[in-house]
Design a binder for this molecule. Sequence first.
Ligand code: T1G
Length: 703
Amino acid sequence: MGQAVRLEREGEIGVIVVENPPVNALGQAVRQGLLACLAQAEADEAVRALVILGAGRTFMAGADIREFGKPPVPPFLPDVVDAIEEARKPTVAAIHGTALGGGLEIAMGCDYRVALAGAKVGLPEVTLGLLPGAGGTQRLPRLAGVEAAIEIMTGGKPLPSAEAVRLGIVDEVAEGADARAIGVDFARRLLRDGAVKRRTRDLSAPLDAARADPALLATAREKVAGRSRGLVSPLLIVDAVEAAVRGDFAAGLKRERELFEQAMDSPQRRGLIHAFFSQRQAARVPGLSPDVRPRPVAQAAVIGAGTMGTGIAMVFANAGLPVFLLETDESALGRGMETIRRTYEGAVSKGRMKEAELARRMALVRPTLDYAGIGEADIVVEAVFESMEVKREVFARLDAVMKPGAILATNTSTLDIDVIAAVTGRPQDVAGMHFFSPAHIMRLLENVRGARTAPDVQATLMELGKRLGKVSIMTGVCYGFVGNRMLHQRGREAIDLVEEGASPAEVDAVLTDFGFPMGQFALWDLAGIDVGWRIRQERRKSGDPDAPSPNWLDRVAEKGRFGQKTGAGVYAYEPGSRAPLPDPEVEALIAAWREEKGVTPRRIAPQEILERCLYATVNEGARILEEGIAARAGDIDVAWVNGYGFPAHKGGPMFWADETGLAAIVEALGSYARQPGRAHLEPAPLLARLAREGRGFKDLPEA
Ligand code: T1G
């Protein structure tokens, strides 16, 4: 590999170029190279000012996350930033792409910062369970002030360069495409105007407001505490900023170091970094050679203008792709288009979208009643009623009208892709794209490859998923694929626990205390109890041996209590409120059910509720791995973190199981399984084997 950092000359300006693809992460070689080039430039009398920039697509995008958890290797990033700040010659950071984390800390160690118009800057360490550890918590408040600095660091979101200029983080935004040119030009102007060093550590005015008003920090801390949702590092960030306000720079750096080490040691850092890397690894389809090229997708079609169909059509329009929305029922098509318009108008009224953008996106959605009109689309996603018969009819028509090479995808959440593909003459072009409702909001996309789905179709779906702003995993064909199949087990335990004596609210409280945004029964009330109830009836009617036996939740549905959409489900809801309220009518229904079943209700400890719900989930994940439906445990974690609200700082169900210890899980499942009616909780063979061998899911090779 070429030199990670090199010093070049533009007349009297020294240009330090960092080249460490793909994102110029500040690994050990880069840190070493920066110090060497800095020393070289300082020793060269002909160099009167310095520009630091990144080669390729971005400025440095942060420390090298792969180094975390390993013994730190010098030189350390805070020392590199200090060395830049203490350089005798004026230094300029020329930013393009994303200057993130340690990258922005390098830039703040420079005297000045100039950025291309499309660049972004940020300190996203909080999303990794960390805080800026190379002076960011001390320098950012000295540029942007305390409140803005706390917002930026605890939010973790990158800022557009214009906003960074407004806040005083960046000195100038320049049009043009070349960071080098704008950096050298800025440095030349500095020299011409006789500008001197302006070390960030010497700035103090932006701290004055907080130094004058102790309540400012206290208010900021309260706000952060209110939205941290169990995360540790946001409040550590406030502690670090407090040190900047209360003491001098050196004391603040020291305090930052202590807090950074504390965050680095937390399980939350391990969970969030696992979530970061597993999401990127999931994008690589196992067994697919990287030189398989995706098929071009320039326009799409969606079949069905119901909730899912209109949501999926918006997903394409939001990504700038023209999309036909086909619905054979004219009034349903009109309603669908109205739904899309209203959704966009809602975004405009909330200031999240400009009128012009609304018009642009609406123009991208082309309603049609006629299959003949969509033949030219490169991909079609079917989103009609969840019935195999209806879907096979639709696919037979698609097979007749779509151009050769078009991808025929189904949004089914439970049905067998291979059975659908068999009705076409092109099973190699058939796959699943399982979006989650609401499709234009939920990030997870389960791409499903059938037995005969072509490799380039698989590659197309993963590439398209990224273009659509989704987090994608590739799954094989089974009932419920990855997420819903595991959710089904958690739901089964939740229903049983209530039959045995827990209340729905007790079960839900255990799950929300664990970190889920809502409990199992609140989730069913949101999604609609009738959805699962109809699927269970379909499965029983079709004689499916795995169909669940009737349960008390069926009774709730039979009363027409479908959840929020009918104003009552497992819980009651005040008009206009989504807050779940325990309902005596349901409690009576459950008591009657227990009596009918001869069950004497018992008090169930929260630990048992947690183990039965989550260990059953993990156990099903182990079966999914055994069957090769998911190739990696990390893919299962990605599905649950991005589609089911599993707290990202716990990494996902399989990562959390490893952290919990598989032996303890196997022992608990084994003991539950020995109780009457709970044989289904028997540990999966893979889970039992890993526990026996003292290994974890993380030790499994990719399928
Ligand atoms: N370290 C190591 N690898 C990284 C990396 C990083 N910081 N960022 C990205 N990668 C890899 C990624 O795994 C993938 O690898 C490839 O680069 C492309 O990434 C001391 C402690 C920059 C916005 O949190 O947000 O600095 O899968 O697919 O969609 O205070 O990457 O190809 O093998 O995401 O174009 C702070 C994390 C670190 C930024 C580009 N920085 N990265 O997005 O590409 S902590 C971050 C991103 C820190 C200091 C602290 C994004 C991106 P592979 P990608 P992208």
